[in-house]
Design a binder for this molecule. Structure first.
Ligand code: SF4
Ligand code: SF4
Length: 392
């Protein structure tokens, strides 16, 4: 993912071509607005026609490439997407320490009826009071009176899906009209979580935001298939397997190929790649309607080879081999936020900080020899050492 500067498109240029339609009318003086509008028309032809799929039993028709806002510092980038027909934005309370919801709130001002908003509770929230507080805080930050999809953040097992108090709170919020649909997010034990949603006799949760990419195990694809067939709306995240730097792979980016791989599965309603700026937005949005090809497969093979020395799938298999119960998968996820395509040190540190003390990489310092084994051959002790240096 190149920066705007690399493409010769600095922040000023972005503002010229980026603010379109409603955004223009709100921000620019009239004469300047005309010029911007002309530029916007030219720019518009560069975007593909939006493609929509239905989000399971919610019935919401959303763009197959939707907007992952977690890394987007400028509301204008999101507004351009809304102008182009992108109609689903995913954010969370914990991104940018709450600021991400405020950015989304600015982006949707005056356009609330054109967009579905998905946000998340805090990962540790379980009680009624927790859930009410989370939703009220999100509504305020987003500047809206309702959330389209509220998601329990980072679910890793069945237990949280069936926790009665959480459900009671969410049901009450639905009755009050503050939330429309409920979902969960998962990037560990994805198959277990999906299967629990599928088997829930009360059909309480309607959507699942799931880590899914060309490196995912077959059992995740199978679980997605079953969940989607049961009416659960599937949204894919972490679609670019960390979005690692690919300059060594030559000119052709594998990130589009990775997105296409996910979207070729008709059981997936949409993907929400994180888009930091207009360059990343253009790269991702261009994928709408494109087929996955043999050339894409070759690109992904090369990308997989390039990221093999550091790609962790967060499967957690190694953790049973660690006598001290270090949460290796989460430590690696935090490290990915710091050093993968995210380059978001505050998200990395926040993720790491949420771990209990004993589950952090710091626990490894007085371990005599690492007995945890990675199914992908990663050097776990080296990863933990790196995490201590970067995240502690
Ligand atoms: S070095 Fe390995 S076995 Fe020891 S505490 Fe760390 S992860 Fe666990
Ligand atoms: S280090 Fe390896 S075994 Fe452990 S969670 Fe990551 S991929 Fe799985």
């Amino acid at each position: 993912m190149e920066s705007t500067e690399k493409k010769g498109m600095n922040r000023r240029t972005f503002i010229k071509v980026g603010m379109v339609g409603t955004a223009t009318a709100l921000i620019a003086p009239p004469a300047f607005a005309d010029t911007l509008q002309q530029m916007a028309e030219t720019e518009r032809s560069a975007f593909p026609k939006p493609v929509y799929r239905t989000l399971g039993r919610t019935g919401l028709k959303i763009t197959v490439v939707s907007f992952g806002a977690m890394l987007t510092p400028e509301p204008e980038v999101i507004r351009v997407a809304l102008e182009q027909g992108v109609n689903y934005i995913d954010t969370a309370r914990r991104y940018m320490g709450g600021k991400n919801e405020e950015i989304v709130g600015k982006a949707i001002k005056g356009m609330r009826d054109k967009v579905f908003i998905a946000t998340k509770t805090r990962p540790e929230s379980k009680t009624k009071a927790d859930i009410f507080l989370d939703v009220e805080t999100s509504l305020k930050a987003l500047g809206t009176d309702h959330i389209d999809v509220i998601q329990l953040h980072h679910v890793t097992d069945r237990e949280r899906i069936f926790y009665p108090e959480t459900r009671e709170a969410l049901a009450q919020l639905k009755k009050q009209g503050k939330v429309r649909f409920c979902g969960v997010t998962t990037h560990k034990n994805e198959a277990e979580v999906l299967n629990a949603l599928t088997g829930d006799p009360d059909r309480f949760f309607d959507t699942c935001l799931v880590k899914y990419n060309f490196k995912s195990d077959k059992e995740v694809t199978t679980a997605i298939d079953r969940a989607a067939s049961a009416g659960i709306g599937i949204i894919a995240m972490k679609t670019q397997a960390g979005g690692y730097d690919t300059t060594g792979l030559g000119k052709i980016s594998p990130h589009q190929a990775a997105l296409k791989w996910v979207l070729q599965n008709p059981k997936v309603t949409a993907a929400i790649p994180g888009m930091r700026n207009m360059t990343e937005y253009r790269e991702d949005i261009a994928v709408m309607g494109m087929p996955f090809t043999y050339a894409d497969l070759r690109r992904l093979d090369r990308y997989a080879e390039a990221i093999a020395p550091f790609y962790c799938s967060f499967c957690g298999t190694c953790e049973t081999g660690c006598p001290r119960r270090v949460e290796i998968s989460t430590v690696n996820r935090a490290l990915m936020y710091a050093e993968g395509g995210y380059r978001d040190i505050s998200l990395a540190r926040a993720t790491y900080a949420e771990l209990p003390r004993q589950a952090k990489a710091a626990t490894c310092v007085d371990c005599e020899g690492c007995t945890a084994r990675c199914v992908n051959g990663l050097d776990i002790a080296a990863k933990m050492e790196r995490a201590r240096a970067v995240l502690a």
